[in-house]
Design a protein around this ligand. Structure first.
Ligand code: PLP
Length: 405
């Protein structure tokens, strides 16, 4: 993979910020878009736009074909055996709420337990709090180690006879820790416990095959996968789909509606109420085609090199404390600075140097609590980042240390 060719595919990467070349290291929050995605959106709105599914006219047929083709693209990207196991949606937050309302609420009751790790994003915490508050479901937590690592066995050991769902991240958005979800799924399956994997970060940085992992649910979000915001999908194993109630009601998800009865469309349509993000989804398909064209193995190898280089550079700065140094972690680095420097101030100084990082709690309250910090800075890398950009990050951090330390 030629990194300069890839960078040339992303128009925004050639702009300057505050008179400096842009060093975009906020990919964990949202990735930039390649020209093919921008073109797919422009073409859809300029030449091929109409509502999907309901129209018989030409434009609606074209839009429907383009939109529906993305289901197959996502199935290929995720290694899903059947594209009808893919539910299209607006992203991971909607996906996990759909599982909480549609599968967990009817199937779990008081005293049942959901197992989470301390590394979860709020999107994979708050929907389970709804069940705790409303149905008396218990949430059990698995801690990570001081270095941010988390062995699958620790999750398996936390299973109790009351565990009815395991909901875990594939890759921590704060620490970059990769969880061996396949081993967790293998053991959970033996015990008949469904596993939801939050793949919002995992699917961005490594090849994913849901059939091989053996999970029941795998959620992805388009805007982190170089696609538009408001797009996403969840893989749901066929048997689980059969157990799931529709989360939202409306157009498109029905077979027939009368004054006193309703029947539903076959899955996955049953779970896709209303006019979807038509163009967002088409753009998402273009993004996944782009990633698959480069190859997930090649992307993972390039990012592994960046991760090693950044780990060596950042850990060599004694004014930084890195949160998360687990073996095999992805190129996502959270850190705090010695002294009273607040993450927000560091981020503001970095921005003056054109370096975009995120500062705050990263929607991971329990993990911040675990590390005893209220906020960190996070530099998260993508396929288009380079070693030079790691150097620019470090130079900007040295400046921030001089000014704040
Ligand atoms: N899960 C993880 C691990 C994330 O990093 C994020 C986004 O930051 C989400 C879930 C939520 O994704 P979205 O806001 O796109 O629904």
């Amino acid at each position: 993979m030629n990194i300069q060719d890839i960078r040339a595919d992303f128009p925004i990467l050639s702009r300057e910020v505050n008179g400096q070349p842009l060093t975009y290291l906020d990919n964990g929050a949202s990735a930039q878009k390649p020209q093919v995605v921008i073109d797919a959106i422009t073409t859809a709105y300029s030449h091929e736009y109409a509502n999907v599914h309901r129209g018989l006219h030409t434009l609606s047929t074209i839009a429907t074909e383009k939109y529906e083709a993305v289901r197959g693209t996502i199935a290929r990207f995720l290694g899903a055996p059947d594209e009808n196991e893919i539910i299209l949606n607006s992203g991971t937050t909607e996906a996990i709420n759909m599982v909480a309302y549609g599968w967990a609420m009817p199937n779990l009751g008081a005293g049942d337990e959901i197992l989470l790790t301390v590394m979860e994003h709020h999107a994979n915490i708050v929907p389970w709090h709804f069940l705790r508050e409303r149905q008396g479901v218990r949430i059990n937590w698995v801690d990570c180690e001081a270095d941010g690592s988390l062995e699958a066995q620790k999750i398996i050991d936390a299973i109790t006879p009351k565990t009815k769902l395991i909901a875990i991240t594939h890759l921590s958005n704060v620490l970059g820790t990769v969880v061996d979800v396949k081993t967790v799924c293998t053991e959970a399956r033996k015990r008949g416990i469904p596993v939801l994997v939050d793949g919002s970060q995992g699917a961005v940085h490594m090849p994913v095959n849901v059939a091989d992992i053996g999970c029941d649910f795998y959620a992805i979000t388009g805007h982190k996968l170089y696609g538009p915001s408001g797009s996403g999908a969840i893989y749901v194993r066929r048997e689980r789909m059969a157990e799931m109630r529709p989360f939202m009601g409306g157009g498109d998800m029905i077979r027939e509606v009368s004054k006193d009865s309703v029947s539903y469309a076959d899955p996955p349509m049953k779970f896709e109420a209303g006019t979807p993000g038509i163009v967002q989804t088409i753009g998402f398909g273009a993004a996944l085609d782009y990633m698959m064209g480069i190859g997930m193995e090649a992307i993972a190898a390039h990012e592994a090199d960046l991760a090693r280089y950044a780990a060596a550079s950042l850990s060599g700065r004694n004014f930084l404390t890195l949160q998360g140094t687990a073996k095999g972690k992805a190129a996502i680095f959270s850190f705090t600075m010695a002294g009273a420097a607040h993450a927000h101030d560091i981020s503001t100084i970095l921005d003056k140097k054109g370096v975009a990082v995120r500062a705050g709690h990263h929607c991971a309250g329990p993990l911040m609590e675990h590390f005893g910090v209220s906020a960190t800075c996070r530099a998260s890398f993508a396929m288009y980042n380079t070693r030079d950009e790691v150097d620019r990050l470090v130079q900007a951090l040295e400046l921030a240390h001089d000014l704040l330390g």
